[in-house]
Design a protein around this ligand. Structure first.
Ligand code: ZN
Length: 285
């Protein structure tokens, strides 16, 4: 068990607890608003957990593929439009079963992945013929200045040190290279649900170590040397009223189904966000 005393983004040591489950506490930083889990795992425990994280049942894998489909297609469009490229070198950190890598490969990109789960790694290699490294990323010593695009789908909220991983991403990107992150933003829904939120565990306690917002995500990427940071916000989160309606619908039907099918990672696609950021052209460190 490890407890961080200061905020990773602004170094403040003032927090207020916003959510509790058992001995776990989510807290909001008074300095910058970042929501984080107070009492986290050790890095070793996290690796051990994700080695065995993905479902292995064929039915679940195909459900997952179906749910990921729109996310994958949208991300592919964003990448082509933001980079202006029809191909290049792409790395997907936490590639799971490699569905996204397979899509990008079929579009002409040269792709590779990183995945902690043995099962995900083998599946991606055997099914798509795509090379996958066993993480964690910080230990891999990937060559610097070598990728046009690095993607992280539903990864950043799980890592013990988001600052370190994004610095590593920035280094392996070519100058002018693109990072794309897809991440859940649960706190507004937790707030609206109030005491009900205990039943749904949107933070997948204790596996989401952070719950970023567009503002704290911008701060994180800026701190780690990125520029031109843009977050696209789903239509459901524009107003509290809309969000409330949407949450009622989702939790009544779809949310529960997604939750059980996906082992949580595809929970609540409506509140997930996509952020893009570039490694500056002139950045030399
Ligand atoms: Zn802070």
């Amino acid at each position: 068990m490890e407890e961080r005393q200061t905020c990773i983004l602004c170094n403040s040591s003032r927090f207020s607890v916003i959510h509790r489950k058992g001995r776990w506490e989510y807290r909001r930083c008074a300095g910058c608003g970042l929501v984080s889990l107070r009492n986290s795992f050790s890095a070793e425990d996290m690796v051990a957990h994700y080695e065995d994280y993905l479902p292995t049942d064929a039915g679940e894998i195909s459900n997952w593929a179906a749910m990921m489909r729109p996310v994958i297609e949208k991300a592919a469009r964003i990448i082509v439009s933001k980079t202006g490229k029809e191909g290049g070198r792409l790395l997907d950190v936490g590639c799971g079963y490699g569905f996204f890598l397979h899509e990008m490969k079929s579009l002409g990109w040269q792709v590779e992945g990183i995945e902690l789960s043995d099962h995900g790694r083998q599946y991606t290699q055997n099914t798509w013929g795509i090379e996958v490294h066993a993480g964690p990323m910080e230990d891999l010593a990937l060559p610097e200045n070598s990728f046009d695009v690095v993607t992280l789908f539903y990864v950043i909220e799980h890592v013990t040190d988001p600052v370190a991983i994004l610095r590593a991403v920035r280094k392996i990107l070519k100058p002018g290279g693109l990072a794309l992150l897809r991440w859940p933003h649960s706190t507004p829904v937790v707030k609206i649900l109030g005491p009900l939120s205990k039943h749904f565990d949107l933070y997948h306690t204790p596996y989401h170590l952070y719950d970023f917002s567009p503002m704290t995500m911008r701060r994180l990427l800026s701190l780690t040397g990125f520029t031109d940071i843009e977050t696209s916000i789903g239509g459901h989160t524009h107003s509290a009223k809309t969000l409330g309606r949407w949450a009622a619908f989702t939790f009544g039907t779809l949310g529960e189904v997604l939750y059980s099918l996906s082992g949580e990672r595809m929970l609540l696609p409506g509140i997930s966000k996509t952020t893009t950021a570039f490694r500056p052209l002139g950045y030399s460190r």
